[in-house]
Design a protein around this ligand. Structure first.
Ligand code: FPP
Length: 238
């Protein structure tokens, strides 16, 4: 399966973005705390990243915490911060050993200082890699990202093009996501990569994130491979 996808170049998305929804509901169904769902979610996130990079995907963006999620009960947030404290560096170094550069996207100044340090340190260790990347969205909101980029543009005082504006986003220099996958039965983007998603194919799964398997990812990629991406043109022009 993986080999076949790599051969059919255009059928493989260069950049996959993931909205990892459903950890809480998955845990609740098992009478477990939400933090248990997040732990399973983090393990699944790492497994899917390994599988995707092994298949030849070059970029992955994962939505780990939105700005709005910061309003959640402190206990749940502490659970997520503890996951970063206890597992983030080790898990990420496993993936990044494949030559993958890590970027944290979002306003992490809103996180506890020790957590910020772990994230910056993990980023730093991979800063020499090029061509493959993971973006972990934390305290992220797409509208805030766009406003931030607009303010950078104002500071520069130069006229913008779509391409030069894209460069000012957190994802500057990377291909836009080709495929955005959302688990957890909801059918919305929830303020995720709004600019970058302009031509992404959107795939929604009813599965809760902890139960979204490697073979579910392959199915999503196969579905993507069967789409005709016209980017506004007609079939005949392609
Ligand atoms: C949304 O589902 C998920 C989150 C807010 C957290 C996602 C985090 C992970 C998958 C792992 C942690 C990764 C890092 C890098 C810290 P939900 O929990 O709101 O699910 P629900 O809709 O069922 O309540």
């Amino acid at each position: 399966m993986a080999g076949r996808i790599i051969e059919e170049d255009k059928k493989l998305p260069a950049h996959i973005a993931l909205i990892m929804d459903g950890n809480g509901r998955w845990a609740k169904k098992r009478l477990m705390p939400r933090s248990f769902g997040h732990k399973k979610g983090m393990e699944r996130m790492i497994g899917l990243m390994e599988h995707a990079f092994d298949m030849g995907v070059r970029y992955m963006t994962v939505y780990a915490l939105s700005t709005e999620n910061l309003k959640r009960p402190q206990e749940e947030l502490n659970g997520l911060f503890d996951l970063i404290r206890n597992h983030f560096s080790q898990y990420m170094s496993r993936i990044c050993a494949r030559g993958v550069r890590l970027k944290i996207i979002g306003d992490i100044s809103l996180l506890p200082p020790d957590v910020q340090e772990i994230l910056r340190d993990s980023e730093q260790k991979t800063s020499h890699y090029e061509g493959k990347g993971i973006n972990v969205a934390l305290c992220y909101g797409a509208r805030a990202e766009i406003v931030r980029a607009a303010n950078l543009a104002i500071e520069r005082g130069e006229p913008l093009t779509e391409a030069s504006f894209s460069e000012l986003l957190y994802t500057g220099g990377q291909p836009d996501p080709d495929l955005i996958i959302r688990t957890g039965k909801e059918v919305r983007l929830s303020n995720f990569l709004l600019w970058q998603a302009a031509y992404a194919e959107l795939y929604f799964s009813d599965k809760m994130f902890p139960e979204f398997t490697d073979s579910d990812l392959e199915k999503a990629i196969e579905w993507y491979g069967a789409r005709t991406r016209r980017f506004g043109k007609t079939d005949e022009q392609l």
